[in-house]
Ligand binder design. Structure first.
Ligand code: GDP
Ligand code: IMO
Ligand code: MG
Length: 428
């Protein structure tokens, strides 16, 4: 019995969904612990792509149960669309997907407030996915929110109306046109759908009982460490704790139940939306990475910003999360590069440092790079990490030594099976 946590070490979109999907049969339960439909987790199975926003990435396998934890915020419209799309493809949902009664609901007016707040910020907008994430977490911490369990209450509509009116008063502060009539109709239809499915649970009891029966749980993170509300590049962050401690809060699991913390990092960096990105490549190299890596958002379709690997940020993420092993994704994107770079230090106003400045959103950072020889080979023929081309092994050895953390998995393509393991570390 144990909980392993899998999460992103960069600015999201590291390939978490792919790795969770691969590892899922080794677990009894896959549980999402924070975030909401701002997430887009891509699975490629048998050539077919599935993008999950709220449903955990274990759903495509028969074995594990899938739990949406209390720390997640749920838009019932997105969730029901995901459920019905999966069911139309023959995926069994009933009896395999459970939702915490304590997960908070995203209302149509939360999305209006998100959009109104972003448009009022003008140039300094966060670049939110506009899925209503921040206003919903604000209502949660402000103790005004509606939770999934509330949909069963006889006065649910009155509770909804009360919050909606508060939102309408708030939105008056902005000069913002909106009409939620159609969205509300759909919202209530999908609430009825979820009610009829009878899949709401007290997930903290469910998960802890599973542990006491000897079951294994994989906690699936959303977003990435550098988007964490406390430790990310504030204010250009999301509104939840994306780091490993968020799995304890977001599922009701005690820290002493956690075993492995699997950190996912791309072989380079990307970021969607605004905010600091020290190693950003605003040139043809960045564009080449974007095109080869198909770096366009899974949720919004926006262009992802691209840049080289940022080791100070990665070390920070390893420290905050207690990462025990790293899965590196998208190594194949760099197959044709003669030379690749990794930022080892920052020059912050003439001071050389590995620390992330408190005011990273304002600091003038110049990355200091170390160059590595490209491996110039297709990685498709390799089946374990030890046999990889010499240049790639040298790069991985450097990273492991510098990060003091083993790289246990190397992903070499979007497809489920394109994953190499370091044989000594293959997970039990
Ligand atoms: P997530 O949000 O962390 O689950 O990641 P996303 O699904 O948003 O973005 C990762 C993208 O990279 C998706 O399009 C995946 O299909 C793709 N992907 C994942 N791993 C690899 C890999 O090793 N190589 C390549 N080329 N693509 C990958
Ligand atoms: P996954 O789970 C990448 C970014 C947005 C924006 C900021 C705040 O697929 O890795 P929000 O909608 O949360 O208010 O947006 O966070 N963002 C993500 N970037 N991947 C994600 O999720 C993201 N979820 C939010 O682009 O900059
Ligand atoms: Mg994503």
């Amino acid at each position: 019995m144990k909980v392993d946590i899998l999460l992103g070490l960069q600015w999201g979109d590291e390939g978490k969904g792919k790795i969770v999907d691969y590892l899922a049969p080794k677990y009894d339960v896959i549980a999402r612990f924070q975030g909401g439909p701002n997430a887009g987790h891509t699975l490629v199975i048998g050539g077919e792509k599935t993008i999950l926003h709220t449903v955990p990435s274990g759903i495509m396998h028969d074995k594990p149960m899938n739990v949406i934890g209390n720390g997640v915020v749920i838009d019932p419209v997105t969730l029901v669309k995901e459920i019905t799309t999966l069911e139309s493809k023959g995926v069994v949902i009933q009896g395999r997907l459970f939702i915490s009664k304590k997960a908070h609901l995203i209302l149509p007016t939360h999305k209006v407030l998100d959009a109104a707040s972003e448009s009022a910020k003008g140039q300094s907008k966060i670049g939110s996915t506009l899925r209503g994430i921040s206003p919903t977490y604000m209502d949660k911490t402000g103790r005004n929110g509606l939770r999934m369990g509330d949909i069963l209450a006889a006065d649910f509509k009155a509770q909804y109306q009360h919050i909606k009116e508060k939102h309408l008063r708030l939105v008056k502060q902005y000069d913002f046109e909106f009409d939620v009539t159609a969205d509300e109709l759909k919202w209530f239809e999908t609430i009825d759908f979820l009610k009829s499915r009878d899949n709401l649970i007290d997930s903290e009891y469910y998960l802890n009982e599973a542990l006491s029966k000897g079951k294994n749980i994989l906690a699936e993170g959303a977003q990435g460490t550098m988007l964490d509300i406390d430790f990310g590049t504030y204010p250009y962050v999301t509104s939840s704790n994306t780091i490993s401690s968020g799995a304890c809060n977001g599922l009701g699991i005690a820290p002493n139940k956690v075993k492995e913390v699997i950190g996912i990092a791309k072989a380079y960096c990307t970021r969607v939306g605004g905010g600091p990105f020290p190693t950003e490549l605003d040139d043809e190299v960045g564009e080449r990475i974007r095109q080869i890596g198909n770096e366009f958002g899974a949720t919004t379709g926006r262009k992802r910003r691209t840049g080289w690997m940022d080791l100070p940020a990665l070390k920070y993420a390893i420290m905050l999360n207690g990462v025990t092993q790293i899965a590196m994704t998208k190594a194949d994107v760099l197959n044709d590069f003669d030379q690749i770079e990794a930022c080892t230090h920052y020059n912050v106003d003439g001071r050389i440092t590995e620390d992330i400045p408190y005011d990273i959103d304002k600091a003038a950072i110049k990355p200091i790079y170390k160059s590595f020889k490209g491996w110039k080979q297709d990685l498709g023929a390799y089946s374990n990490v030890e046999e990889l081309p010499e240049a790639l092994r040298a790069y991985l050895h450097f990273l492991e030594a510098d990060l003091r953390t083993p790289i246990s998995m190397l992903s070499t393509g979007p497809e489920r099976e394109k994953l190499l393991f370091k044989s000594s570390l293959e997970m039990a």
